[in-house]
Design a protein around this ligand. Structure first.
Ligand SMILES: Cc1ncc(COP(=O)(O)O)c(C=O)c1O
Length: 360
């Protein structure tokens, strides 16, 4: 069999985006794909060899810095996504603070568990309801605290923590505040009045291009308030043409920088705004259909809706048999629907119909 026949066969086994309702990833835009292909061989780990690609990376970082109101002292890193960004932020703040405790809300993404294990950090988990409020961290910061993590668009509910108020507390207590906006970063600026970025006194923020940014996997950004903090992770490369690296990864895809640069320029703020509003329209449509069927859910804040069910894992498995793939939160007994750009009202209509049968 021709190798491409084999590839085709393998792809046939994958779920199709017309069936995927619970993922935070989506079909990359044509423009991103084309740019990715053009730069497929480039390596940002050896950026001195790929000066043009490096410029695209810097321009893409600049675009995100502007979106998130970064001060002129900022620095940014293009990462492989939220996990790498979160690990890198905690790596930097551990080194700067020389402390080993990190405060995270209960809803924090599991990438912080990876960070804790890798960096030997102790996670102090705040038992907050649905999202973290300022009062939840009062009295929790102590002299071992390296950093507080807040979320703009948590993974299971899409809720935004009280970041402005939490930032005030962190500032008073003199601890770093990292904001995980991996999911919300490309939606909240366009549909929410909440301040979660550098307009609040935050130290760093991450945002993913391969989620609502419509670009190819892998693509995330980590932005730091102070460029000098990057020195903490500076490593001399003893083998490449490039002398220093400032990233967790070594070899890094320049194609990711080209793709995200291209799609940002193509979409522009207005394009992303339109897309975010369309996704919200789909999520409100879902809420309306659930209301009609008397199915309970958590009121959505972003384009993510958590449906209350009795046995989330079992329901998700039954739905998978009908070729609907949803997110599962066993702790809260919810199934998660994310209205990513590929999700249409038509898909939602058919899904709710099937959901009704499954939970009967
Ligand atoms: C809030 C949040 N942070 C971080 C991540 C991790 O992102 P990635 O899977 O791109 O590493 C996710 C993924 O869903 C997320 O929802």
């Amino acid at each position: 069999m021709d190798v491409f026949e084999k590839l085709k066969k393998a792809k046939e086994k994958d779920a199709k985006f017309e069936q995927i309702l619970g993922s935070m990833c989506t079909m990359p835009h044509e423009v991103a794909r084309k740019a990715y292909e053009m730069f497929i061989e480039t390596n940002l780990g050896d950026y001195e060899l790929f000066k043009g690609t490096k410029e695209l990376e810097e321009k893409a970082i600049e675009w995100v810095a502007k979106l998130l109101h970064a001060p002129s002292s900022y620095a940014g890193i293009l990462t492989s996504g939220g996990t790498e960004s979160n690990i890198t932020a905690l790596w930097i703040f551990k080194k700067l603070s020389k402390k080993k405790e990190v405060i995270v809300p209960k809803q924090a993404h599991f990438s912080f568990e990876k960070a804790s294990s890798l960096l030997d950090l102790k996670l102090k988990v705040i038992d907050c309801n649905l999202y973290m409020k300022a009062k939840d961290i009062k009295g929790k910061i102590n002299r071992d605290t390296a950093c507080v993590v807040a979320i703009a668009g948590n993974t299971n509910f899409g809720y935004i923590d009280e970041i402005e108020e939490i930032a005030e507390i962190c500032n008073e207590e003199n601890v770093f505040l990292h904001v995980d906006a991996a999911f919300g970063g490309f939606v909240a600026p366009f549909i929410s009045k909440k301040i979660f970025d550098f307009r609040a006194k935050i130290s760093s923020i991450c945002i993913d291009g391969h989620k609502m940014g419509m670009t190819c996997i892998p693509c995330g950004f980590l932005l730091l308030r102070e460029k000098k903090w990057l020195e903490e992770i500076k490593v001399e490369s003893k083998c490449t043409h490039t002398k220093y690296q400032f990233s967790l990864l070594g070899t890094r895809p320049g194609a990711a920088a080209a793709a995200v640069y291209a799609i940002m320029n193509y979409m522009g703020i207005e394009g992303y705004k339109k897309m975010a509003m369309r996704c919200m329209d789909v999520i409100w449509h879902l809420a309306k259909l659930l209301d009609e069927k008397g199915i309970e859910y958590f009121e959505p804040e972003l384009n993510l809706l958590a449906i209350k069910v009795r046995n989330a894992r079992e329901i998700a498995e039954k739905l998978a048999k009908l070729k609907w793939y949803v997110g599962v939160d066993e702790e809260n007994e919810t199934i998660r629907i994310v209205a990513m750009p590929h999700v249409t009202k038509d898909m939602i209509n058919k899904f709710v119909n099937d959901l009704g049968k499954v939970i009967e």
